[in-house]
Structures are given as structure tokens and as C-alpha cells.
Design a protein around this ligand. Structure first.
Ligand SMILES: NC(=O)c1ccc[n+]([C@@H]2O[C@H](COP(=O)([O-])OP(=O)(O)OC[C@H]3O[C@@H](n4cnc5c(N)ncnc54)[C@H](OP(=O)(O)O)[C@@H]3O)[C@@H](O)[C@H]2O)c1
Length: 261
């Protein structure tokens, strides 16, 4: 299906790996020009090499969203190089394994850094993206949250709190008539456990394969984790012209892992 994204400009934060890179690829496959940002120049270069296959314009910006002014610096580069933006994927985030089991023994810094990396990063990029979208009278903001941060309880509290803030951010922006009547939509995508090389699940699998399999059998109805591409497919659809009525949604992509209605 043609999503009507050819020639549009998108930024995927944390777009050099995992769900972000898979989303960047699916947008690029639709002819959308793509900017990605993340910390490691090496990862950015590798991601850019993969994205080159789609023949769209690319930007790869090294930035750590935990550093002051990083989001502004990324957006300044987009303003200078492109002067335009139609789509923002607020993907950078994580911290679900940060801290300790004990709340009292977990430093306050963990709470604030997880909040900054997820919720405040989404706020900072969204604020800078909106003027472009309003000028274009069209825009898509999609924020990658988590099943822990919508209707489902669970997860470490600093992570669930930050993800819930992102869900609330998308929902409240989706009701702001001066934005949505200019063709901008705001949605959250809430993944369950996603199998990504080099991240937490991968480590658990390597450490104790039998325990990992027991966890999968108990918690995952499909008998497997999700893939980044399965999340990215939903992200790409939400960015499409066809998704114009999907606004303020919180879409679970978890193969039935979450138990809430
Ligand atoms: N994987 C899951 O099971 C799962 C489940 C629910 C929700 N999610 C959410 O999905 C999103 C993507 O997660 P993922 O699993 O795809 O992660 P991932 O594979 O580890 O990729 C994270 C991306 O963000 C970049 N990044 C990390 N810290 C950064 C920072 N401080 N500043 C700038 N960029 C940074 C990484 O590159 P560098 O390391 O080079 O910076 C990478 O490009 C997150 O919001 C996460 O909470 C994931």
C-alpha cells in the first residue's frame, strides 16, 4: 500500500538500532526522507549504510538526549539542512532495567534520568517539530511507550511512570484542537517484549536459556517475543495519510502479552 509519504521528512529519535531503526527503514521504504539521532557514531554510520538502499535523503546526528541542549541541537541541524519536518517518531527511551529491585535502594538519579530519556525527550522534540507540522498543515507524532505505561501495571516504577507520562502527553496533545485541526495526529505505540540483539532479553537468554524459555511459555501467548519490524509496521501505518482518523490512540503491539482489556 502507498502510504502517501514520498518526499516527506521524518525524524526517528534513537533511530540507529532496534525499533527505531526498523521504523526508519519502513518510512524510507515509503520514500520518506529520514533523520536519525543517537549517541554512538559507529551505530549511526552502520544504520545510515543500511538506509542508503532506499535512495532517500538521510541525516544521522550524534546526540545524547541526557545532555542539556541535545534535542535542540538535533532540531537545529534538521532546520538548517532540510528546513522541514512532517513526521516525528519519539522512540528514544528505555531504562526498564535500570535501578535495583528495591525502590529505597534505587537512587533518585535513576528516576530523573529515566524520565528525562523517555518523557522529556519526547516533550523537547515534539515542541520543536510542531511549528513545521503546523506550517505544512499536516503532521504525525508517534511515541513509542510500553505496555507498562498504559493500562497494564508492572515494570520498574520509574520506567512505568515515564512511559505513562508519554502516553498522557500523546493523549492530551491529541485533544488540542488548534493542532489536530491542522492535520496533525498524536499517537502512542505500546510494545510488549521485543527481541532485539544486544539488549536485555538477549542477555537473559544467553545467561539461562531454560529460565528464559519458561518465562516465554508463561507470559507470551504466541510463545515468542515480538520483532522490531512488527512494531515498526504499526508505526509506519500511523504515519500514513490513510491513518488520518487515528488520533489519541494507544496501540498495544505485544502479541497478547498484556492482560488488561
Ligand atoms: N525492546 C523492548 O522490549 C521494548 C519494549 C517496550 C518498549 N520499548 C521502547 O522502545 C523504544 C526503543 O527501544 P529498543 O528496544 O528498540 O532499544 P535499542 O535497540 O536499545 O535502541 C535504542 C536506540 O536509542 C539510542 N539511544 C539510547 N540511549 C540514547 C541516548 N541517551 N541519547 C540518544 N540516543 C540514545 C540507541 O543508540 P546509542 O546506544 O548509540 O545511543 C539506539 O539507536 C524505547 O523507548 C523503549 O523503551 C522497547
Amino acid at each position: 500500500m502507498d502510504f502517501g509519504l514520498s518526499g516527506k521528512f521524518a525524524l526517528v529519535t534513537g533511530g540507529s538500532h532496534g525499533i527505531g531503526l526498523a521504523s526508519a527503514k519502513q518510512l524510507a521504504a515509503q520514500g520518506c526522507n529520514v533523520a536519525i539521532c543517537s549517541r554512538s557514531q559507529q551505530r549511526l554510520d552502520a544504520a545510515k549504510d543500511e538506509l542508503k538502499a532506499y535512495g532517500v535523503r538521510l541525516l544521522a546526528v550524534a546526540a545524547d538526549v541526557l545532555e542539556a541542549g541535545a534535542a535542540d541541537r538535533v532540531m537545529d541541524i534538521i532546520d538548517r539542512e532540510w528546513g522541514d519536518l512532517h513526521i516525528l517518531i519519539n522512540n528514544v527511551g528505555g531504562g526498564g532495567r535500570w535501578g535495583k529491585e528495591s525502590v529505597e535502594e534505587t537512587e533518585l538519579l535513576v528516576w530523573s534520568e529515566v524520565y528525562e530519556k523517555n518523557a522529556m525527550a519526547a516533550v523537547r522534540f515534539t515542541r520543536r517539530a510542531l511549528p513545521h507540522m503546523r506550517r505544512n498543515k499536516w503532521g504525525r507524532v508517534v511515541t513509542i511507550t510500553s505496555i507498562y505505561g498504559g493500562k497494564e501495571g508492572g515494570g520498574r516504577p520509574w520506567f512505568t511512570m515515564a512511559k505513562a507520562a508519554e502516553t498522557g502527553l500523546m493523549k492530551s496533545l491529541s485533544a488540542m484542537t488548534y493542532l489536530v485541526r491542522e492535520g496533525i495526529t498524536f499517537n502512542a505505540v505500546a510494545p510488549g517484549g521485543i527481541d532485539i540483539a544486544g539488549t536485555g532479553f538477549d542477555d537473559e537468554k544467553r545467561r539461562d536459556p531454560a529460565a528464559f524459555q519458561r518465562m516465554i511459555d508463561a507470559d507470551y501467548p504466541l510463545g515468542r517475543l515480538g520483532t522490531p519490524e512488527e512494531v515498526a509496521a504499526v508505526v509506519a501505518f500511523l504515519c500514513s495519510v490513510q491513518a488520518s482518523l487515528v488520533n489519541g490512540a494507544n496501540i498495544t503491539v505485544d502479541g497478547g502479552q498484556s492482560r488488561s482489556l
